[in-house]
Design a protein around this ligand. Sequence first.
Ligand SMILES: NC(=O)c1ccc[n+]([C@@H]2O[C@H](COP(=O)([O-])OP(=O)(O)OC[C@H]3O[C@@H](n4cnc5c(N)ncnc54)[C@H](O)[C@@H]3O)[C@@H](O)[C@H]2O)c1
Length: 377
Amino acid sequence: MHKAIGIGLIGTGFMGKCHALAFRAAPAVFEGLPPVRLARLADVDPAVTERAAARWGFAAWTTDWQALVTDPAVDLVAITTPNFLHQPMALAALAAGKHVYCEKPLALDAAGAKQMAEAAAAAGRRTLVGYNYLRNPLLRLAKELIEAGELGEVRHFRGTHFEDYMSDPAAPHSWRTVKATAGAGALGDLGSHCISLARYLCGEVAAVQGAVQTLVPARPVPGADGQLKPVDVDDQAQALLRFASGAAGTLEASWNAAGRKMGLTVEVTGHKGALLLDYERMNELRLFTFGDRKRLDGFKTILAGPEHPDFAPFCPAPGHGLGFNDLKVIEVKALLEGLAGGQPPSPDFAEAARIAQVVEAILRSAAEGRWVEVATV
Ligand SMILES: NC(=O)c1ccc[n+]([C@@H]2O[C@H](COP(=O)([O-])OP(=O)(O)OC[C@H]3O[C@@H](n4cnc5c(N)ncnc54)[C@H](O)[C@@H]3O)[C@@H](O)[C@H]2O)c1
C-alpha cells in the first residue's frame, strides 16, 4: 500500500474545481493508484476558499499560497492560477521540495518556461503540465494508428483551436487579455493546446511562419464605467509549420471564432490514409484508408469505447462517451502513477517549455515576417 499523497491546490476557479474533482475521482475510477489526501486549498478570497475547501473535501485552506507550498502536509502542489503566477508558484514549490502539477501554458514566455524546466530538473521532482486534450482515448488510438503505419508516411498536419468566448467587443478585460498576466492571447491560451497535439501526433515542430491579429483593439476595464484599455495580445493567430520529420502543417487559433465552442481539431494525412478528430465531437474519430472498392471510399467514424486506452474504467459500454472533466481524471491518473514510481508523467516542464518555444517562434515570425527555426528561440 502506497503512502497517501498530500495535495495542495492553488486556485478555485474553472481549473481549480476541475483539478479538485479529478483528484477525488482518479483513485476511485482507476485501480492501483496511490491514495490521495486533499491537504490544503489556497485562493485569495477567504469565504470562497473556505466554502470550496468544505465542498471538495480539503482538510485545510489558506489565502497565502506561500504557506501552502511550504506546508509539510503537502507533497504535490497543483497550480491553477492565471498564467503570470505559474512561474513564481512553481519555483517556490520546487524549492520547497514538492512535485508540481501546473496548468498550461507553463509560463508567460519561452525563457520563463525554460527556467521552470531547469529548476524542476535540478530539484529532481516530478512535474506535469495540464494539456488535458492529450488524454482523449481516441487521440491515443490515433497515435497508435499513425505509429502502426495505417496512414503511411505522414505528410500533413492541420490543427485548429477555435472558440468564441471573446467575440463580443464589449467583453471586458481579464487576466487573459493582458500580456503581463497572460503572455500571449488566443495563441498561448488555445493554440498551445493544438501545439501539444501536433507534437504528440507528428513529432517536434522545427520551424514556423506565423501571423497574428488583434481584432478588438480595446476592451472595457471591469468596474470602470465603460472606460476602455488597449488590448496588447492577439485575438487570432495562424502559422505554417515544418515538422522535424519533414511533414508540413498549419495551425490556427482564435477566441473570436463565432459559433465555435470547442473547435479544437486535428487532421493528419499520410499517403495511405487520414484521420480527423474534432473535440466538439470528442468521442468520434474519423478514419480514412484507401481500399480496393473505390465507389465505397470514404471516412468511417469510430466511437470511443472500452477497446480504447483508459476508457473502460469509466464505462464498459462503447459509444457512451467521455467528457472534458474525464480527460482531467485520466491526466491525474498518469500523474499519480508517476509519483508512485511509474512512468514519469508527460508532458513535463521540459516538454511544455518546447511548446512555449513554438508559441514564441510564431510570435517572432509574425513580428519579423520570416520563417523562424524553433530551436533558435
Ligand atoms: N487545461 C485546460 O483545459 C484549461 C482550461 C481553462 C484554463 N486553463 C488554465 O488554468 C489556469 C487558470 O484558468 P481558469 O480558467 O481556472 O482561471 P480562473 O480565473 O477561473 O481561476 C483562477 C483562480 O486563481 C485564483 N488566484 C488568483 N491569484 C491568486 C493568488 N495570488 N493566490 C491564490 N489564488 C489566486 C483566482 O482567485 C481564481 O479563483 C490558466 O493558466 C489557464 O490557462 C486550462
